[in-house]
Design a protein around this ligand. Structure first.
Ligand code: COA
Length: 189
């Protein structure tokens, strides 16, 4: 089983293993609620009825998945340990040495290059742990999200047609699949 570091330190941010506590659930919920306009078009769970209890349940699930080695969910924290958002290594398949990265950041912190910094920290950790392939999926209309893998040298493998149901728009959405291989990561160092 993959044993990932619980803390990943960057220049401006720290990624910290998601923990279940009432304080964290409050911070998580507060930032989700503040950012609903930006999150809800892309993330089905981000809706006006999302409660602190939902945040707590989510964090509880994160701890459970971490223990199983199937998902590694990190809280993104600023230099004062304020909660900024989440980044996750998801759908970890050890046999195939691949995983997917998912992310969101509070609107208060967006547009400052923090997510690219967070993705770089995750890449380093998991490529160093032996992962061979990292995938990022983005809605074709979500330009800000696609900008992250594009800026970090990911290859656009293709577009999955009507691959996700968008609850808010009640429409199927086309999804970009970006990837980076271990050899590409090593060449870029
Ligand atoms: C998509 C999302 C994660 C991007 O987060 P982000 O931190 O703004 O992304 P980046 O790290 O790529 O930052 C790029 C922006 O920072 C600016 N920037 C400022 N300083 C920078 C720096 N030092 N390095 C890089 N970019 C910097 C860039 O110019 C760019 O600004 P722009 O968006 O106005 O062009 C965020 O918008 C979000 O959470 N959206 C809603 C949820 C979502 O879509 N999640 C993904 C689902 S697939």
């Amino acid at each position: 089983m993959i044993i990932a570091s619980e803390t990943l330190k960057g220049k401006r941010i720290t990624l910290q293993k998601a923990i279940k506590s009432f304080e964290m659930a409050q911070a998580h919920n507060h930032e989700v609620k503040k950012s609903l306009a930006e999150l809800s078009p892309w993330l089905g769970w981000a809706c006006p009825t999302y409660k602190v209890e939902d945040s707590y349940e989510y964090l509880q699930g994160c701890v459970h998945e971490w223990d199983k080695g199937t998902e590694f969910n990190y809280m993104i924290l600023d230099e004062n340990k304020n909660f900024m958002g989440m980044i996750s290594a998801l759908n970890v398949r050890e046999k195939d040495k691949c995983l997917e990265i998912g992310y969101w950041i509070s609107t208060s912190y967006a547009g400052k290059g923090y997510m690219q910094e967070a993705v770089k920290l995750i890449e380093k950790e998991f490529f160093d742990l032996g992962i061979n392939r990292i995938v990022i999926h983005t809605d074709v209309l979500n330009k800000k999200s696609a900008n992250v893998p594009q800026k970090l040298g990911y290859v656009l493998e293709g577009i999955q047609r009507q691959a996700l149901w968008n609850k808010k728009e009640q429409k199927f959405r086309d999804i970009n699949t970006f990837s980076k291989l271990r050899r590409e990561y090593e060449q870029s160092l």
